[in-house]
Design a protein around this ligand. Structure first.
Ligand code: B12
Length: 441
């Protein structure tokens, strides 16, 4: 069968930070192995994304179009949505090729399958969760599919959603066939994030109250053997000249030992690459931090989220303020840049917690001023996503009501601390500019 896989628009406006669609390329790899003819279109690479979609549909004449909705919205306190361009993409496919099967998937879709399929009758099937096994199985049973993991199908006026696949065996991970979508197309343009991702594991065993990662990838940690991960990097380095990577793991340095194994393999092969990822503070210590740096880590991204113990607890972080400062101290002594992410105006915020947050931020800057190695501090309000504990708290506190539509951006930011973020942003910008300019306050 001819199958066109489409990465729908992932950012608003011309994509400033591009991300190579590793999920889609992995799926393409699997369905090609299953004997299908496959083509990929990343609308984010196109100057005229909808024109490019129409053209590709007419040229390739796919029998099946798989649309990936990665992001529902851009987060970062923004109120724009990526649902409208997704709706238009689906409708364009249905109008240009009325005989084609339309299948939707991806992380954004997996968060709102029922809602999106009810809004879009043009979608024949959806797949929530991982697609490596279910997608090829669905392609070979389109007229009457069995009850596949993650399958979303219509039943009268309703949409039935099966439990998602979150158990793909990462020991049997297949290198994504990069020739299906050239990674070098992504090399220009990004200022911060390495566009090419590497999967070292899937799953997250933590239970942070706002987060959907366990829902998307499950709680069990499925690690790839380190040699396979490094093979992936080596292929990209040697065949495509890719030297910078971002590990896509929810938490890169958990469980302890796995990343260390990858680092030792990188050093053993003398692979001169740079990489980044999200680190957990309580899994970093004097022993492994040097190894991470030596093996090419170029940015420690921390997402402690809570700015004081009360907030850490309400967010379910299983971390202490001391863990944050200890990791900050270690990272600030290295030559690696560190970026911190925090949530602001979380449930239970008071004058006291706000003051504690300011102190923590000041303390982090003091540590990093020694070597001037703090990239930035990202400050966000919580985007309320369905099924999270934060959604329940927001309902209980009346921050959202029965009529609130969570498909579109809704943040937890009630009065009286709804302007606290701006206060912290000022502090962050002030400390950051003064640090980088070497000006004493
Ligand atoms: C790594 C990551 C990043 C990295 C990417 C680095 C890189 N070079 O790759 C960075 C930090 C840069 C990043 C940035 C952003 N991200 Co991000 N990211 C992730 C993360 C942790 C993993 C994504 C990943 O690569 N997974 C591995 C691949 C293999 O899996 P996959 O994409 O899910 O694909 C599988 C399935 O979804 C399915 N599938 C996918 N497509 C299709 C299509 C069809 C037809 C079918 C059937 C199946 C299917 O099959 C695939 C294989 O199993 C996810 C959270 C998570 N745990 O999933 C968030 C996540 C996807 N990101 C998210 C967002 C919002 C963003 C940003 C907008 C945030 C921001 N403000 O900067 C940007 C957007 C960047 C962009 N251009 O798209 C959200 C999306 C949901 C939402 N709330 O909208 C998530 C879910 C995190 C969250 N906060 O909830 N991200």
């Amino acid at each position: 069968m001819r199958v066109l896989l489409v990465q729908a628009l992932s950012t608003e406006g011309p994509a400033p930070e591009r991300v190579y669609p590793i999920g889609l390329v992995s799926l393409a790899t699997h369905i090609k192995k299953a004997g299908h003819q496959v083509d990929i279109l990343d609308m984010n690479l196109e100057e005229d994304p909808f024109g490019a979609l129409k053209e590709r549909l007419l040229d390739f004449q796919p029998e099946v179009v798989g649309l990936s909705l990665r992001n529902i919205d851009p987060l970062a306190n923004k109120t724009s949505s990526l649902v409208p361009p997704f709706i238009v993409a689906v409708r364009l496919v249905a109008s240009v090729l009325p005989g084609a099967w339309i299948i939707a998937g991806g992380t954004g879709f997996s968060l709102f399958p029922q809602r999106l399929m009810l809004e879009l009758p043009e979608i024949h099937y959806g797949l929530v969760g991982e697609g490596e096994i279910s997608f090829p199985a669905l392609l070979s049973s389109l007229e009457n599919p069995p009850s596949l993991k993650g399958l979303c199908r219509r039943d009268g006026g309703k949409v039935r959603v099966n439990l998602p696949a979150r158990d793909f065996n990462m020991e049997q991970y297949v290198h994504p066939s990069r020739e299906l979508l050239d990674p070098s197309l992504y090399l220009a343009g990004n200022n911060y994030v390495p566009p090419v991702g590497i999967e070292a594991k899937r799953g997250c065993s933590f239970q942070c109250s706002y987060c959907v990662y366990p829902r998307l990838q499950g709680r069990g940690l499925r690690c790839r053997p380190p040699a396979g991960v490094v093979d992936d990097m080596e292929i990209l380095y040697k065949e495509y000249g890719i030297k910078r990577f971002h590990f896509t793991d929810p938490v890169l340095n958990h469980p302890r030992g796995h990343l260390e194994g990858i680092c030792r393999e990188l050093l053993h092969r003398r692979l001169d690459v740079r990489w980044s990822g999200f680190f957990r503070e309580d899994c970093i210590d004097e022993n492994n931090i040097g190894l991470f740096e030596q093996a090419g880590c170029e940015c420690f991204s921390f997402s402690p989220d809570g700015l004081c113990q009360e907030s850490l607890d309400i967010l379910g972080k299983q971390l202490s303020e001391a863990d944050i400062l200890r990791a900050a101290d270690l990272a600030s002594r290295s030559d690696v840049v560190t970026v911190y992410h925090f949530m602001v105006n979380v449930p239970g915020e008071t004058e006291q917690t706000c003051a504690k947050g300011v102190r923590l931020l000041e303390r982090i800057y003091e540590l990093h001023e020694r070597k001037r190695n703090l990239g930035t501090v990202v400050l966000n309000n919580i985007r309320i996503l369905p099924g999270t504990h934060i959604e329940a708290i927001a309902r209980e506190k009346g921050v959202i009501g029965p009529g609130t539509d969570l498909l579109y951006p809704v943040y937890y930011n009630p009065e009286p601390f709804n302007a606290y973020r701006y206060h912290l942003e000022t502090l962050n910008l002030y400390r950051n500019v003064f640090m980088w300019q070497g000006v004493k306050k």
